[in-house]
Design a protein. Sequence first.
Length: 1105
Amino acid sequence: MWTACFQFCMNISSSLSLHRLLNTVCNLSCWQLLVLPPGLNFICALPAMAMLRNILIICQLLPFARTRNIKFFPCETDENVTTVDCYERPIRNIPVITSTTVVSLNLSRTKIRQVGQHAFADVPNLLTLKIMGNCQPGQLRAIKDQSCKMKIHPHAFKSLLSLQSLYLSGNSLTSIPWLPETLRVLDLQNNCIFHITDPLNTPNLEMLFLTKNCFYANPCNQSFYISERVFRELRNLKTLTLGHNNLTAVPNGLPPSLESLDLRENRITVVSDGAFANLTMLKKLNLEWNCQRCDHASRPCFPCPNNHSLYLHPNSFYAENSSITFLSLRGNSLKTFPEGLFRPLTNLKKLDLSDNLLAYAIQNGTFFTELRGLTWMSLIYNYEPLKTFQELSLSSHIGNISGLQQLLLSGNFFHSLSPQSLSVLSKLRHLKTLELRMNFIRNCNLTALKQLPSLIEIDLSQNMLSFLPCPSSEILAQHRCQNQNLYTNDFCDQPIIVVDREVTSGDGIWEPNQSKLLETLKDNVSPFPSLWDFRTYFCQNNLTFDLSQNDILSLNKHVFLGMENAVCLDLSFNYMNQALRRGQFSSTKNLVFLNLSYNRFDLYYTDAFSELKTTLKVLDVSNNDFHFRMRGMGHRFEFLQNLTNLEVLSLANNGIGMRIDQMLISSSVKYLYFYGNHLNIMWESGNNQYTKFFQNLTNLIYLDISDNDLTSITPDVLCHLPASIESLSISNNLLNYFPWQNMSALSNLCHLNLSQNYLYYLPYRVIEFGANFSLLDLSHNRFSVIPENFFRKAKSMQYLYLSNNQIKELDHQYVPTPFKNGSALKILTLHANPFKCDCSTSWFADFLSTTPVNIPHLTTRIHCEYPESKQGQSILSMDQKSCQDVYGSLAFLVCSFLALTITALPLLKHLYGWDMWYCIQVLWAGHKGYSQLAGSDSHNHYDAFVVFDTTNQAVRDWVYNELTVNLENFGPRRFCLCLEERDWTPGLSCIENLHSAVYNSVKTVFVLSSCLNGGETANGVIRQAFYMVQQRLLDEKMDAAVLVLLDEMFPKLKYLQLRKRLCRKSVLTWPRNPKAQPLFWNRMRMALSSDNLKLYDNNMSESFI
């Protein structure tokens, strides 16, 4: 018996997450334990009870020897336990971390409001500590954190003698705590520290960030002050940021070791003589937005008094052997510069003069002669208020900047570049980028730009170019009519231009490196590329013209004058409405990238783009839906057959759905973007016309058919997709069915994106995934079950996305293949699923904490949804020992009960069997009571007479379809009912039938309903029956009334209220909830079978007795 009990207990224990060896031991019988190795067979030497007790204890404790160390939960740590990340964790106290290997700790964006003196005593080797954004100051604070207050003990970091980087930004600190001498990086941004007088005692500090401690969103109502004593000890300081701090002057005593100084958005009005004279190591200086220009500001703006510009002394930037390479004077309302200002800056490479008032200085300024070493210069948004120049004449001195590579002239508001300006630009032999965006340019002689041999990027977007035909050959000969605008009047008033001050900054200029897009695609790093990736790949370091967002009405030979050698051309967002034919691109012999999106082109003719068939590789005709949406208009894509070198094609967002070619034909296209169309119409059931639409794209490797309103993909459609496809995206549709069984048709498929759909079912059969299949995105669907066999042949899968589904649990006995050890899986997403957290799923928490697979948001977004008591808690927070205790205790109780029962029952039966049987029979008879045998004499013909309003259709329907069916046809006792329309004797008067029915029935059931139209509740028959029942009560002392109320809201009749108090069980109400109806019928049968007098309330009926 004990062996069986022990085996039962161990079988239960085996369902827990135990060590494999102990699972084996705990499931063996004592006879099997005899053959165990010598190290384990000692168990059988114990007595039976001692053995059971010890093994139960061991089986409960050993899981903790197996699971991964999660003492830092809910924080994450790396494999070597060197980095602990608690970012955005809902913790209110600093976690207890005892480790000598942890060197980096991130406590940012948490609920921590207090840091005690010994908070970090157990992590002595910490090198980097981040406590950022826990209590933002002023208007930066979230509404829910309005009352937050951060307290850091003055000696909280005293035990961190090796600390090198300390980030304390966004905590509303008003003072600086004690800092270790080893500190190299200190971040105190977004606090309330605006008066620093005492030294920091950090001689090794190299970076100090003090931005946004006193500005409009974090006001301090005074000027920021930092003592020279503080700088005096910072002999190794290289980076200092003091922006947004209400500074009124450049601080004195700045450390000579500085290499980067940020003084942006302060209240500095004057840069005095020699303000940076001792900063010989300084390389980056930012003085932008101190005397702000406010006529196009997008945020609160603070100009200098009387709208004066920032005063610059001729020697403001003087320093012997100046090292400054980047200088920003942006947004300082500057109109000119004193002579010799830039002369000391012999190493200056990048200069940002944007958002000033230099419109005339750009035309006449001589300061450009002092900038001979520049390679990048920004002069954007220097327009003169309320004035648009007819032409822009660049200062001739700009031509002296011989090494200039990038010149930005956007937002200066002029209609054309003067010949003199083109002559100046021609002297810039190394100029690569010329930006003329948003200038209201109407005329631009692009042919003249050929004088710049190194120019490779010309940006003329957001202007008013129209390229209308020339009115005379004379003008054409002068190359001046190329861009004549349709309008002749000159508008002087320009619209308000709103520019964000953070958009352009010289030190943040993006200089892309050589893209390796195609190589990364082959390495499965970027399986779903965008058209911008291809533009970067094909256009970088090649001649590129951007004419997007202009007023071009049609393509003609005048449009491409000066662009004959262009490799990339962007004509998107224009007003071109025409059919494309042969010859329109005949002058562009080297075009590789062509963007015609957001226009109204008609692609009907076969010879469209035919002159580009040897060069064009990327063609974007997306968002040209005007003609495709015309009813009854046919469309063709035969031009694709002529583009033999085309590799990337975008037909996205064109509303393509009907009256088009039955298939696309191309042997060169590798990437096709077809999202935002109407494949739901083309592939609707019963229409096989477009089943093979993509089949003849024989070299296709990437297909995007997202956002096509597809509800299903038929097997025929999937089987007729090109077999060469490697990446397929069908996201953002309405899919509720996908033909998984036909996946073998796409043998080369590597990546499949089915996210953002309504899929809910995965087949339980084995699916034939390709040998190179590595990525499957099923996120944002409605899956609740992941079958075990579904992924059995997906042995090469590395990325599986299951987030945002309806997965509640995974059966540990049927674990999907990618979840098992030894699979190729690298990344698995499971967040935003309604997981169930109970003892049956405790193995899943163990899996998450031990798997080598990278699971994003493991400790932050994988939460319990069921049961309600654990809702919102992390799965990893489950206490597995509690489950073991429950099962172990339950097993012990069950074993004890079974043992006692099996022992006691035979003994009791032998000793007291007959006596127990006799007692049971007596007790049963007493409980059952006396019941009349069937067939006994009775003067009552019916069990009940049912009286109701026969004119009320709803009541009739309830009586015949509910009452009679349940009482006469179902239940342990079948009642015989008397109904007026069914059982009354024809020929007799109504009163005679009524008298017979009442006195020949045991009970009279009154079915009542409230009258909604304002009529009476009871008719004449019901009233007469009621009077007869009352007379019967007086004559025979028999209460035969049973009331059934079909409406819960019933008139408060005095008799009804008294009846409920006297005999509540004889007043029944028909429930609205269908699940409560069985209870109603049970009460009805009891009321018909019982004597009402016995059911009276004793307190109410005492006087009657």
